[in-house]
Design a protein. Structure first.
Length: 702
């Protein structure tokens, strides 16, 4: 579903049609290299992407008059960003690779394109004042930048403002200074029915029904405690005290000026202690100034109230997460900037419901997305509660580790028994034999491209489809002929012998006329090695017509016009091709791949292999067997199809996993010392099976 990332389009002018810049249905060379949207409740959206020179639209992007849209690939392709390009920079890295980095701003940036007039405004509501500013903007800009006022629900106690505007500030800065910074609220521009509509509301967002929870969709969490304004003892200061120097002149500007203090009304002390804080952290003195207070008694009251309501710390969480809406869109709505979301990390003692103040959405790799929650003020009581929760979480974690160690001993014991049973039943030998011989028990699925440069698996697959019995010696004979004819290059072009039927071409160096004579319907591409192998096995007694040591000339009538055994296509083939590209990758316990990241070809274990195949197809699941049990619903053995996951062991204590290629064959990473292999399911049947609905949709698709 997300294999190609979000859909990104551009227009060279406002009224032009949209052209695809990135998306799931474009070729690899026409995708963006990086792409991320940044949202913030206190600013407008931005979008930054990088693009390589081989992209067909590399030179079609221009400042200010190229307009960009980004669509979320769920929720009916919801628009999540619209704006214009405001910066383009190009660079070359140390390896000589060129790229452009393009920065875009949201539609609110249009408000920077007009300047306000000097003016005095009074006896009007905030909404009416905002309308005046928009009217001035609309008289100066292009028609497509003109804005209509939408919802406005920000006001003050009198619903009346008195403002001066300056003629050296643009419209956006004026709105921020005269309204947002003084009355609060948030401005956003939406594009609906051909109009730009500006809303000025108290806050955007809602309470999200989707939480971010450890072991579910929380990838990482950073907790920052800000102590920049931390103090335990307050020194209140009031207005400046005018004084003359002994010579009768006013104080020089560089001379310090004293301020009103509370010393005369606070038993000779200029300080107010927060006793509980002093007891906890010692004496740390900071001052706070009230320029409008001239009476020491009033200053003392201000200071005492400040100590009473003192928030000692500011807590902020930054979270990397997986949005569950991409896994189960029917159940969850996506998280949006401004939403309130509950974040739970039991191992850190964190359970907060807080507003998302900013978020970064990686359009190409969901797991790189992150959110920042609005700061939360903590007094000494709430700080102590947080520490107590952390201590309890630490205690629970120790108990969990001890329990896990006990469970691991049980699992190890079970594994030993299962291994002994496998040895007794000689299943390992049977598995290896089936893999070597290709089994022949199912012909529907198989590789159509060489596996790590080896045409052997493709030869076996083509032979099975054409009802040709072939053993290892036969496979080696065909491989020898391929090596002689083309060195394995399916694009090889032979010399011109002057004959009218053209030059020998492709993997087995068929003449075009000869190839067309034996080619099967739907497989008539002479430049595809798989199509040539099907044509080869369509020759009567094909193996007897080659030697592997010199050229060959086929003879006899074609055996078939269509492939006799149906070839897998669509989503099932996509799954099979994706999984089979890892055939031969060594088993490495705790290795790379899938949710663990890293280079999968360096080695994977059974769970990271399955996680990697899912990841390649745009589905994020864990890379640990027990955790993977929750990412599907159980099905019977008879229902098994491509993409289903088979588990070995009991529910909640599974110790091995495999991936179905179809109802009869599976692929998996076996044990240390072996590599990713394909075999019959019945040779090593899993205990139970589950189906992931997102994978099932891919398999059912084209």
């Amino acid at each position: 579903m997300l294999a190609g990332g979000y859909l990104v389009t551009f227009k060279s002018n406002w009224n032009d049609g949209e052209v695809i810049l990135n998306g799931p249905n474009v070729g690899y060379n026409n995708r963006l290299l990086t792409a991320s949207v940044t949202k913030d409740i206190s600013s407008y959206d931005s979008f930054e992407f990088s693009i390589l020179p081989n992209h067909k639209n590399y030179n079609d992007l221009n400042l200010f008059n190229t307009f960009i849209k980004v669509y979320r690939p769920i929720e009916n392709d919801k628009l999540i960003f619209e704006g214009r390009i405001i910066n383009i920079s190009d660079s070359m890295d140390s390896s000589g690779v060129l790229s452009k980095v393009v920065t875009c701003e949201g539609l609110e940036g249009f408000l920077h394109d007009s300047m306000q007039l000097f003016g005095e405004y009074h006896d009007m509501s905030p909404k009416d004042f905002l309308q005046k500013l928009i009217d001035i903007h609309n008289t100066q800009v292009d028609s497509f930048k003109k804005i209509t006022l939408g919802t406005v629900n920000v006001t003050n106690s009198t619903d009346n403002v008195y403002r001066y505007t300056e003629d050296d500030k643009d419209t956006y800065d004026t709105i921020q200074d005269k309204l947002v910074n003084r009355l609060g609220g948030e401005i956003k521009i939406r594009h609906e029915n051909g109009q730009l509509i500006l809303d000025y509301v108290q806050r955007n967002g809602k309470q999200s029904l989707q939480g971010i929870v450890l072991a579910k969709n929380l990838l990482s969490l950073t907790r920052n405690i800000n102590i920049e304004d931390f103090w335990t003892v307050l020194k209140p200061l009031g207005a400046s005290i005018d004084r003359n120097n002994p010579n009768g002149d006013y104080t020089d500007a560089n001379t310090a000026i004293p301020r009103v203090t509370i010393k005369d009304v606070n038993n000779g002390s200029m300080y107010i202690k927060d006793e509980s804080m002093v007891k906890e952290f010692g004496i740390i003195v900071k001052q706070k100034t009230w320029d409008d207070v001239t009476d020491p008694k009033n200053l003392l009251l201000r200071g005492q109230n400040e100590v009473k309501n003192h928030s000692a710390f500011s807590l902020q969480l930054q979270v990397s997460y997986v949005d569950l809406a991409y896994i189960n869109p029917e159940k969850f709505a996506t998280l949006n900037c401004g939403d309130d979301v509950r974040v739970t990390s039991v191992i850190q003692g964190i359970d907060f419901n807080q507003r998302i103040s900013s978020m970064t959405i990686d359009l190409l790799e969901l797991s790189n997305s992150s959110i920042t929650l609005a700061p939360q003020s903590l007094n000494i009581t709430s700080y102590d509660v947080m520490l107590q929760k952390q201590a309890l979480a630490d205690k629970n974690m120790i108990e969990h580790i001890e329990y896990a160690n006990k469970q691991n001993k049980i699992v190890i014991s079970t594994l030993k028994n299962d291994i002994n049973k496998l040895i007794e039943e000689n299943n390992q030998l049977r598995r290896d034999a089936l893999v070597r011989q290709g089994s022949g028990q199912t012909v529907a699925g198989g590789p159509t491209e060489p596996v790590n440069g080896d045409w052997g698996p493709v030869i076996k697959h083509a032979a099975r489809l054409m009802n040709v019995q072939i053993d290892d010696s036969g496979v080696n004979l065909v491989k020898a002929q391929i090596n002689l004819e083309s060195s394995g290059n399916e694009k090889a072009l032979g010399g011109d012998d002057g004959l009218s039927d053209g030059r020998a071409s492709g993997l087995l160096q068929f003449k075009p006329g000869t190839f067309n004579h034996y080619a099967l319907n739907g497989h008539k591409d002479i430049w595809k090695g798989f199509d040539q192998l099907l044509a080869f096995f369509n020759i009567p007694n094909a193996l007897s017509q080659i030697t592997g040591t010199h050229g060959w000339s086929p003879s006899g009538s074609p055996r078939y016009t269509d492939v006799p055994n149906k070839e897998v296509s669509g989503g099932a083939k996509k799954l099979q091709d994706t999984a089979r590209k890892y055939l031969g990758v060594p088993y490495v316990w705790g290795g790379a791949g899938g949710a663990r990241g890293g280079n999968p070809y360096s080695g994977m274990d059974c769970s990271s292999f399955v996680s990697q195949v899912y990841k390649d197809l745009g589905i994020n699941i864990p890379a640990y067997t027990v955790d993977m049990e929750r990412y599907g619903h159980q099905i019977s053995r008879s229902e098994v199809q491509a993409g289903d996951m088979g588990f070995y062991g009991n529910h909640g204590a599974s110790y091995h996993i495999t991936l179905a290629l179809d109802n009869k064959r599976m692929i998996y990473e076996p044990v240390p010392g072996q590599s990713c292999m394909e075999q019959d399911i019945n040779a090593y049947p899993p205990t139970w099976w589950i189906r992931n609905d997102n994978m099932a949709r891919i398999v059912a698709g084209g």
